[in-house]
Design a protein around this ligand. Structure first.
Ligand code: T3D
Length: 264
């Protein structure tokens, strides 16, 4: 059953196949972020996390852009000092995304600039149109990177390339982003929906607890010793090994059929 949305700046639709489609919907302003949109995104991520029907969340933009970052035409008085603004608007949105525990896929249909680029990086997976453009943007207006860019970009493409991209303000197109390891797939624009749907559909069949444990282990491992990583893996396997889905995985193996994971 499809669900209508109550949001003004985003569209949020849950499809019967378990995919939730979240579309940034301010196409005339290239889907740039307002405080209201950031609040709606945080709420939608929380809603997706609680909805048992949702297995995967796909994030994209309406019209020709993915997202142009902060709305630079917003009233500066409403924003105030940027430290407080980021903490009260962007951080709750990004932490709601991080806390979601379900796979998230950024379907990058066009330009992703500034915090819009950061949002794409904060997704677990990215599928880009060959027409997508990744624009650091921050340096050009004399700002520092924000919205998780400093955390996620070097993890994906390495420190050297991240520093080059951000300090030169160099843009990457979809093909370059794929070659740099910034996106998981790149495709012609007319195949973007199908290719994203295919990846998201595969993720929707994966065992939910296994996915969230895997993501957590991979995110934490770079700061650990091997001994510490082994300890976290043991704890994760203890949880996964006592799940109903592990029993289902073993039964499916014995019966030579695809598993049907419930998330329990
Ligand atoms: O500041 C804070 O609150 C702190 C938070 C910061 C986080 C950030 O995201 S900082 C970075 C903010 N974003 C940018 O600096 C990007 C600015 N935009 C651009 O560089 C370019 O527009 C793009 C590279 C994104 C796209 O270029 P192009 O040539 O495809 O389109 P365009 O012609 O520049 O833009 C089309 C329209 O969208 C245009 O409006 P108009 O002239 O037709 O009325 C343009 O002004 C508008 N637009 C584009 N980006 C934004 C925007 N309007 C508001 N905010 C934007 N970010």
């Amino acid at each position: 059953m499809e669900q209508a949305t109550k949001f003004e700046n985003i569209l949020f639709e849950v499809k019967p196949d378990g995919l939730a489609w979240l579309t940034l919907n301010r196409p005339d302003a290239l889907n740039s972020f307002t405080g209201k949109m950031l609040g709606e995104l945080a709420e939608a991520f929380q809603q997706a996390g609680q909805d048992q029907q949702v297995r995967v969340v796909v994030i994209t933009g309406a019209g020709r852009a993915f997202c142009a970052g902060q709305d630079l035409r917003a009233n500066p008085d409403a924003i105030g000092d940027l430290k407080t603004w980021l903490k009260s608007t962007y951080r709750p949105m990004l932490m709601a995304l991080q806390d979601l525990k379900k796979p998230t896929v950024g379907m990058v249909n066009g330009v992703a600039a500034g915090a819009g680029f950061s949002l794409a990086l904060a997704c677990d997976f990215r599928v880009a149109s060959a027409k997508a453009k990744f624009v650091p943007a921050f340096g050009k207006i004399a700002l520092a990177p924000d919205s998780g860019m400093s955390y996620n970009l070097p993890r994906l493409i390495g420190y050297g390339r991240a520093l080059e991209l951000l300090s030169l303000g160099r843009d990457l197109n979809g093909e370059e982003a794929f070659a740099w390891g910034l996106v998981n797939r790149v495709c012609p624009p007319d195949q973007l929906l199908d290719q994203t749907g295919e990846l998201a559909g595969q993720l929707a069949q994966a065992a939910p607890l296994s996915f969230s444990l895997t993501k957590d282990l991979l995110q934490r491992a770079p700061n650990l010793t091997l001994n510490e990583a082994l300890g976290l893996e043991e704890a994760a396997q203890g949880r996964a090994g006592s799940s109903a889905d592990f029993k289902e995985g073993l039964a499916a193996f014995e019966e030579k059929r695809p598993p049907r994971f419930s998330g329990k």
